[in-house]
Design a protein around this ligand. Structure first.
Ligand code: NHR
Ligand code: GAR
Length: 197
């Protein structure tokens, strides 16, 4: 069995979309894969409650309890690698995970670390993507699933979805429109990765 570990910081709606798809489409039988755990750097993340309701193991690890980014990342790596199975390090999915990961962490999971970013990369890496797209006068916006590399939001693109930016849009309205698409493309991109693994 290949284990998936999902890292979150908040609501966890992308995490939930992946958990539900994995169950509905019986990934266990199809790909010998399952969501083994959800880990949050925020102890009060609503996503932890949702994951537990679906019978998934949950953990939280507070980045503020560590002296450096590297120390937090090393501890996080240990927690994740607890879910390794013989011959298979876990596939690690960032789903609204809000901490930049150091090169040591990224290289440890090389090719097995995936993020969903709420913009059409390479446009708008980093934070506040929806407001920046509106301010730039973009007519379309969207989301990108990509492999994580040490350079923020720059890894190879696995999937994208496009939505219109509508007159009068606020960042909140646009975020909701984009999020609906995120829930479709993230599970699809993960399934495609497994088909090639
Ligand atoms: N790490 C690496 N090395 N590469 C990527 O592509 C990463 C990553 C870690 C997270 C998600 C990301 C996004 O999709 C992601 C991609 C957090 C920040 C950030 O500035 C930026 C991008 C992303 C996630 N975080 C601040 C920090 O100091 C904290 C902000 C906060 O807590 O609200 O880490 O956009
Ligand atoms: C999603 O839109 C995701 O793309 C974005 O945060 C939201 C999390 O929602 N990620 C980032 O902004 C990473 N910096 P969710 O917790 O409901 O999945």
């Amino acid at each position: 069995m290949k284990n998936i570990v999902i890292l979150i910081s908040g609501g966890g709606s992308n995490m939930l979309a992946i958990v539900k798809t994995a169950k509905r489409e019986s990934w266990a039988a199809k790909y010998q894969a399952q969501v083994a755990a959800v880990i949050s750097n925020q102890a009060d993340a609503q996503g932890l409650v949702l994951a537990a309701q679906h019978g998934i193991a949950t953990e939280s690890l507070d980045h503020k309890a560590f002296a450096s980014r590297e120390a937090f990342d090393a501890a996080l790596m240990q927690r994740i690698d607890h879910y390794s199975t013989p011959g298979n390090p876990p596939l690690v999915l960032l789903a609204g995970f809000m901490r930049i990961l150091s090169p040591g962490f990224v290289n440890h999971y090389g090719g097995r670390l995936v993020n969903i970013h709420p913009s059409l990369l390479p446009a708008f890496p980093g934070l506040h993507t929806h407001q920046r797209a509106i301010d730039a006068g973009c007519k379309v916006a969207g989301a990108t699933v990509h492999l994580v590399t040490p350079e923020l939001d720059h890894g190879p693109i696995l999937a994208q979805a496009v939505v219109p930016v509508l007159p009068g849009d606020t960042a909140e309205l646009l975020a909701t429109r984009v999020l609906t698409q995120e829930h479709l493309i993230y599970p699809q991109a993960v399934a495609k990765l497994f088909q090639n693994m």
